[in-house]
Structures are given as structure tokens and as C-alpha cells.
Write a protein that binds this ligand. Structure first.
Ligand code: EPZ
Length: 431
């Protein structure tokens, strides 16, 4: 186990390059199984979740090898149709194998992922979509069993109580591209990662219209060919670095996602008083003026992304005034609150909203990472806090951020990755 030790208060300056998007890379690995030919993926982030997905593909019978950094070669010539519990339970995103196995093999047996710390992770919309293609879907012994050899194109509405479903849309899209007939997906997720997946599928010979809109139309084809695809930049990592620059930056350049992938975040940053400039694939973030408090409600894209909610809370924690941060996608996604409070943040949870009273400063403390994005919020707060912070269980961070500590150190942060034993015993977690 490792920890991060951060000496807060250092200012950031310089240039950082954002990695490929985790939430595009994972479905892209699944999509590579839709053909027996070789698929080459570029700009794949070096993340534990990606390596885990590669392991699952290997278990399914695919040849998976890492080329030069960021490049993976995948060839699913002969495939098994079952993704076992002991593999799936550790990463719920592996649910997006369902659609590609049904599309390629006509059947799938994938363990139900179970919940996670940010709340229940239902798959009822995934099931609804596959049933609209005529698949038989049953849940037995914690597994989703799908029989879809007689499937035909159909029409599915994927809107749930919290809007659409990202991996649900990915699953239905990957099943539909090799399903005879026309399929219409209404209330499809419009996250840029879905657009990236659709473009990858089109590059393999799929016929998809409406990319980028909530209505996708698919004409099934007999087979898909291999090819190459470059993963788009990670908008959540880009947003995380925009917020880091707002917190402790003195002129930071970020090579990352384009404005249209972050419109709601940019809108809120502008409201708070931060105006990053974008040109030629790069953001320029000057030192922030006095910040103003803002209210945020997370929504499906193009709304404010739930994956940046905790990080925005860290910024508002030191912004004078009162901000209200409301989580509409995952009501439990507030694991960062007690840890930020340990650093002196003045936060109060009222239902699905966090009431933030800005404080003049935070103080470094030993804190515990709990889930991927909450961990990033703790890093941001530690960068700003006075004094030393220790962040434990940073394996959560490594699931979704490639070398976050290294990138921050190159920008001037005092942050180092140490073995857990390096942490003073009196600060560490109970044995
Ligand atoms: C994707 O998860 C992302 N993960 C999540 O990022 C992200 O937070 C989420 O979309 C929302 O943007 C990947 O892409 C691998 P959903 P996903 O299905 O697809 C409800 C991160 O930190 N719902 O869009 O699992 C669900 O409970 C991760 O990188 C149903 O009700 O999310 C939630 O409230 C965390 N029924 C909402 O919809 C369903 O069948 C959105 O879920 C499916 C979902």
C-alpha cells in the first residue's frame, strides 16, 4: 500500500499533458472484441482499471498486449462468453463487456457488478435495452445471462430517474452494431466518451447516425473489421487540473480536452471568477483573482459532471461565501466531506446537497481516500492546505488518474508517493 505526502501551499506553474480518458478506454477495450481482427488503441491511460480490463479480456480468450506507452493491441479471435464474478466484482465498468459479447457471440454471462461506495449501481436500463433487441436476459446466481442469437433491431428508451446511462448506452450500442435490422436508442447518453466509442465503431465498419445526440440510429452489419483508434483526452482529469490551477496556480498550461467537453465546468469556473483561455489544444489558466462562491447541481452531460463534484467542493471550501453543491446522479457521493472537514473545511450535508461555507485556509492532516474522485478532491485540498497532509489508500486514485502525483510535482507541487510504512505511526490508520 502507498500513501501520498503533500506539503501544501506550493504554487503550480508550467505545462501538463492530460492522459486519455479512462471512461473511453474501458468501453473501447470491450468494443475491440466485436471483431476477430486486431484492434490497436492509442493514447490509452496507464491506469489500474485499464490493466484490469486487459486481464479480463485475456480471461475471455483475447490476445492483449501493450506496445509502446499508451498503445494496446487486442485480438479477440476466439472468445469465451463468460466474465466471472471474481474479476467483474472489482471493477463495475466491466459491465460494458455485456454488449460486446452479445454483439459478437450472441450471448453473454457477466457477473452483476454489485454496488460501490458512491451508491447502488443498478443495471435495469442495460437489461431493458437488450430486451428491446429481443434478447432473453435473466439474472441467476448474481450473473446476468443474455441469450441474443435471435435478436433483431429495435427501439429502446434509456432515460432513468437520473437521466440516461453511460455504460448502458455503450452496451446497447455495441450489441446493436452487429444486430440485424435498425436499432434506435432514445435518451442515449451524450457524454463525449460515448461519441468516442461510436466513432471507434464506425471506424470498424459500424453504421451509426446521430452521434453526439440523445437519439442514436444503428443499422446492423454482418461483421466489423479491426483498425486503430485514439482515445480522447480525459475531461475529468482536465477539469481536475483546471481546479488545481484555480486553487494554487500561478500560470498553468493544460494540454487536454476541448471546451465543448467541459462547457458546464467552464461556466461555473467563470461564475466563480476564473476564465481559462483555450487555444490549439491547450488551456492557459492565470493565477486566480478573489474567487466567488457558486452553486452546482450535477447532471448528465452536457450538465455539470458528477465526476468533478468532489473536486469542485474542494475549490469552494476555500472560496469566501456560501456554495451549495448538489449531487443528482449518485446521492451518496459525499465520501470526501468528512475528510475535507478534517482539514478544516466547513461543510454540512443536507440531503443531496453539501452546504459549503468558505474558510480562509485549510490545514494539512492525515486523510483517507475512499473513491476515485473523492481522492482527487483530497489531493487538491492538500495542495492548498497549510502544512503537511498524508493521503492514504491512494490505490483509489491510481484507478483513474495516470501519475497524478508526478504531474503535480512537475508543476511545482511538493507531493511524493511513499510506502504506507513511511507514515508516522501515530497518524496512520489502525492496523
Ligand atoms: C459512468 O458510470 C462512469 N463510468 C462514471 O464514472 C460516471 O460517474 C457515470 O457514468 C455518470 O456520468 C464509466 O463510464 C466507466 P450511469 P455508469 O449508468 O455508466 C442510474 C468515475 O469516477 N442508472 O450513467 O455506471 C445510476 O444509478 C466513474 O470515473 C440506473 O438507474 O453510470 C446513476 O444514478 C464513477 N439504471 C445514473 O443512472 C441503470 O441501468 C447514471 O448511471 C444504469 C444507471
Amino acid at each position: 500500500m502507498e500513501v501520498l505526502r503533500v506539503d501544501g501551499g506550493r504554487r503550480l506553474a508550467g505545462r501538463v499533458r492530460i492522459s486519455g480518458a479512462k471512461n473511453a478506454a474501458l468501453p473501447a477495450f470491450a468494443a475491440a472484441l466485436l471483431t476477430e481482427e486486431e484492434v490497436v488503441l492509442h493514447n490509452v491511460p496507464d491506469l489500474s482499471d485499464v490493466r484490469y480490463m486487459a486481464r479480463i479480456l485475456g480471461h475471455l480468450g483475447a490476445e492483449v498486449e501493450e506496445g509502446e506507452p499508451g498503445t494496446w493491441r487486442i485480438r479477440g479471435a476466439e472468445l469465451r462468453h463468460e466474465a466471472p464474478y471474481e474479476l467483474v466484482r472489482k471493477m463495475r465498468a466491466s459491465i460494458c463487456l455485456l454488449g460486446s459479447l452479445v454483439g459478437r457471440l450472441g450471448r453473454a454471462r457477466v457477473s452483476l457488478p454489485g454496488g460501490c461506495v458512491i451508491g447502488p449501481r443498478p443495471v435495469d436500463l442495460h437489461i431493458k435495452g437488450l430486451r428491446k433487441l429481443g434478447c432473453e436476459v435473466t439474472v441467476t446466481g448474481g450473473y446476468l445471462e443474455v441469450e441474443g442469437s435471435a435478436r433483431r433491431g429495435g427501439s429502446a428508451f434509456l432515460g432513468g430517474r437520473q437521466g440516461s446511462t453511460v455504460t448502458g448506452t455503450a452496451n446497447l450500442l455495441m450489441a446493436a452494431v452487429l444486430t440485424p435490422g435498425s436499432t434506435r436508442i432514445e435518451s442515449a447518453a451524450c457524454e463525449p466518451e460515448i461519441d468516442d466509442l461510436a466513432r471507434m465503431l464506425v471506424g470498424m465498419g459500424a453504421r451509426i447516425e446521430g452521434i453526439g445526440s440523445p437519439t442514436l440510429r444503428v443499422e446492423g452489419v454482418g461483421r466489423l473489421s479491426g483498425g486503430e483508434h485514439t482515445i480522447l483526452p480525459d475531461r475529468v482529469e482536465t477539469g481536475t487540473f483546471l481546479l488545481a490551477a484555480a486553487l494554487v496556480g500561478d500560470g498553468v498550461e493544460i494540454e487536454g480536452s476541448p471546451p465543448e467537453h467541459l462547457s458546464a465546468v467552464l461556466d461555473k469556473l467563470e461564475e466563480a471568477g476564473i476564465r481559462p483561455a483555450y487555444e490549439g489544444g491547450r488551456w492557459w489558466v492565470p493565477a486566480s483573482p478573489e474567487l466567488r462562491p457558486v452553486d452546482v447541481i450535477t447532471m448528465p452531460h452536457p450538465g455539470f459532471p458528477t465526476d468533478l463534484q468532489a473536486q469542485m467542493t474542494a475549490l469552494m471550501a476555500v472560496t469566501p461565501g456560501i456554495s451549495v453543491i448538489t449531487e443528482r446522479i449518485y446521492p451518496n457521493r459525499f465520501m470526501h466531506i468528512p475528510e475535507l472537514q478534517r482539514m478544516g473545511a466547513d461543510l454540512a450535508l443536507e440531503g443531496a446537497s453539501c452546504i459549503v461555507k468558505g474558510v480562509p485556509s485549510l490545514s494539512g492532516a492525515p486523510v483517507m481516500a475512499s473513491d476515485l474522485r473523492a481522492s482527487a478532491a483530497l489531493v487538491l485540498a492538500a495542495l492548498r492546505a497549510d502544512g503537511e497532509s498524508w493521503i492514504q489508500r491512494i490505490y483509489h486514485l491510481d484507478r483513474g488518474y495516470e501519475g497524478l502525483d508526478t504531474k503535480l510535482r512537475l508543476l511545482g507541487a511538493s507531493i511524493e508517493r511513499l510506502p504506507a510504512e513511511a507514515m508516522p505511526r501515530e497518524l496512520g490508520e489502525e492496523e
